[in-house]
Design a protein around this ligand. Structure first.
Ligand code: WTA
Length: 651
């Protein structure tokens, strides 16, 4: 058994069913599962026809003839920006699309009519620069309203966009621009981050000098700190839209035309340009946004606190919410500026009803302490969501208790850049949740946990997550590299999609995502997920966050090493070290007892907040560290390296 699957170590018995009143008013019900189970293609086709406005309704549905290059609704015609804007204007143009909050404290309220006007003017501006259908546009901006405006304007004229996260370097821009041969770059002079300016335009100057396909750079004035504008090449956004009409004909797009590329940043290999097309993607994000967040567009104030530079922002700040005529909050800055209660003050101010954030943020809130949310009235909240990593059960409980007041359902949503939208999640009015479990595949999605041979594991066992049927919002390929698409996602288990995550399925059929398979350890022949040991550590009252790795060990192959960050008010000590080891052994068994525990002020994270266990393995095994500049907190590496050296003899 040990070499075919992953051990199932941690058991969770707490169960949180939806309240009767929440269930009675819920958008999604058991009937959605039943309908999708009966005929998933018919189910998705109904969603596509009912949720979207088509210029030409499709007669085709799923085409599997060239698998894994699946298509959906391929003879349909539509425009994404038309679906996000125009069709709402006749009756709902005055409705707020975004309550935007700038980091320094300035705000903008943008209605659907205003958003539409700005998108049309910018679309005309883009056309005046000779950008049209099929031209690729790179976007490198902070979290300002012009970012969704730029994306929607691209969608309007049929120019696929490629958003590069504003925290990346010039090199990242160049790699992505070269791969897609983008001809235009859209940026800001700078972005606000904790009161200082991130010099976006300077990075673009560096990139423009190297990326030969780029012709122009359009620049939003945001920080006004003074930048070089190169005559003939660089254009201010405000000059480009000056005098442009608020009418721009939307391009008629085919359902399978490319909407955007989004690169998943490999730390070593070349980034993959994930391709999302028009109709299937929009169907997926509109459906999941409505169902999973129980969206009541007439009354909800919805806030996805991600960055638009990630897929979460694409799908659940821009395309899903706007298609569904939602009122959203969009915030420019970090959650700890000017103080650690910024999110909670914004929720109270705007009466936010739905909050969607990441486990890494929740663990930070937990570390800072409950006094920050307690300063504010959070009673408007009625639903909470998480995405991005497995959530440790105790972080889930903290979110439930201090943010949700034990009243709000939590939707733990598993999905990927590649899947386009949410795949595994509770439906908040239907599913009884368990802290730490993403529960079950949503209606229309089929997931399974299999062993190394591709056979379904019995309930109660661990293995590898697979998606067994195609779905509308799926990636269509990797830009320019169909073979890599086949090799990465469709070759491990022929005929099914392999996301690269470990998972277990419990006795009730609930799915527990255990993290990336690369992070699984092999301890004395047992495959153990780092996630379960981390969750055991986080269940100790002193621990805010933990990262576990398999360190090379002559005796057991890999020895369990844990890096632990303490909650505010707790101090490092040898006693605590011993106690934590015992705590893990007690929670999940002696096999999981860490050999080494190292206290550290922070853990190395990617810019999207995922813990970088690979880097910890390198530190632990004293390998040369690769490029650490892609980390969100590169300075922590030195601190951890020093700590690790001083703990080297610990046992
Ligand atoms: C992880 C983010 C457990 C997972 C939308 C996946 C999760 C990767 C969850 C994709 C979750 C995301 N529970 N793990 N709820 N959500 N992941 O492409 O390993 O940035 O494969 O997309 O994040 O990350 P990506």
């Amino acid at each position: 058994m040990a070499d075919t699957g992953i051990e199932n170590l941690l058991h969770e018995n707490r169960l949180f069913p939806p309240s009767a009143s929440f269930a009675a008013a819920a958008v999604a019900t058991q009937a959605d599962y039943d309908e999708a189970d009966a005929d998933y293609v018919a189910y998705w086709t109904r969603q596509a026809k009912e949720r979207l406005t088509w210029f030409k309704e499709p007669t085709e549905t799923l085409d599997e003839s060239n698998a894994p290059f699946y298509t959906w609704f391929a003879d349909g015609e539509l425009n994404v920006s038309y679906n996000c804007l125009d069709r709402h204007l006749a009756t709902g143009g005055d409705k707020v699309a975004y309550h935007w909050v700038g980091e320094p404290g300035d705000t903008r309220t943008i209605t659907y009519q205003q958003l539409s006007d700005e998108v049309n003017r910018f679309a005309n501006g883009l056309r005046s620069l000779g950008v049209g259908k099929g031209d690729q546009v790179a976007i490198y901006m902070g979290m300002v309203p012009e970012l969704p405006i730029a994306m929607l304007a691209c969608a309007r004229i049929g120019a696929p966009h490629s958003v590069v996260f504003g925290g990346f370097s010039a090199d990242a821009i160049v790699d992505r621009v070269d791969d897609a041969q983008a001809k235009l770059l859209i940026t800001c002079d700078g972005a606000w981050r904790r009161g200082t300016v991130v010099p976006l335009k300077d990075n673009c100057d560096d990139a423009m000098a190297r990326a030969a396909s780029l012709e122009h750079c359009v620049v939003v004035k945001r920080t006004d700190h003074g930048v070089d504008m190169k005559e003939g090449r660089d254009i201010w956004w405000h000059d480009l839209v000056e005098g442009q009409s608020t009418d721009a004909e939307p391009e008629v797009m085919n359902a399978e035309d490319l909407l955007y590329l989004l690169y998943t940043s490999g730390t070593t290999a070349k980034p993959k340009g994930i391709m999302h097309t028009t109709a299937g993607y929009l169907t997926g994000v509109a459906t999941t946004h409505a169902q999973v967040f129980d969206l009541k567009p007439e009354s909800d104030v919805y806030w996805c606190a991600a960055d638009v530079g990630w897929v979460t922002g694409h799908s659940y700040i821009v395309y899903g919410p706007l298609t569904n005529h939602t009122t959203s909050v969009m915030y420019e800055g970090t959650p700890d500026f000017p103080d650690k209660d910024r999110l909670w003050s914004i929720i109270a101010e705007y009466g936010v009803t739905i909050l969607y954030t990441a486990p890494t943020a929740i663990r930070a809130f937990m570390k800072w302490g409950s006094q920050y949310p307690e300063r504010h009235d959070l009673s408007s909240l009625r639903l909470l969501g998480t995405v991005g990593e497995p959530i440790n059960p105790e972080a889930w409980m903290w979110y439930h208790t201090y943010i949700g007041a034990e009243r709000c359902p939590i939707v733990d949503t598993w999905w990927q850049t590649e899947t386009g939208g949410i795949m595994i999640s509770p439906l908040p009015g239907v599913t009884a949740t368990k802290p730490g479990s993403a529960t079950k595949a949503i209606p229309g999605i089929s997931a399974d946990v299999v062993d190394g041979g591709g056979n379904s594991v019995p309930l109660g066992n661990g293995g590898f997550l697979t998606i067994t049927k195609p779905w509308p919002a799926m990636l269509r390929s990797i830009f320019g590299d169909d073979q890599r698409y086949i090799d990465t996602y469709w070759s491990e288990y022929p005929g099914v999609y392999f996301p690269g995550d470990g998972a277990k399925i419990d006795e009730d059929g609930y799915l527990w995502v255990l993290g990336r398979v690369d992070d699984v350890m092999n301890v004395s022949g047992h495959r153990i997920s780092t996630m379960e040991i981390e969750s055991a550590l986080v269940s100790h009252p002193a621990v805010a966050e933990a990262a576990v790795i398999g360190a090379t060990d002559d005796l057991s192959g890999q020895a369990i090493a844990a890096f632990v960050t303490l909650r505010g008010g707790f101090d490092e000590s040898d006693e605590l070290l011993v106690e934590l080891k015992g705590h893990v052994a007690e929670k999940i068994g002696a096999i999981a007892r860490p050999k080494t525990i190292i206290f550290t002020p922070d853990l190395p994270k990617t810019r999207s907040g995922k813990i970088m266990r690979r880097l910890l393995r390198d530190i632990s095994d004293k390998r040369a560290l690769g490029d650490v500049t892609t980390l969100a907190n590169a300075d922590v590496v030195e601190a951890i390296t020093e700590q690790a050296a001083s703990y080297a003899d610990d046992d």
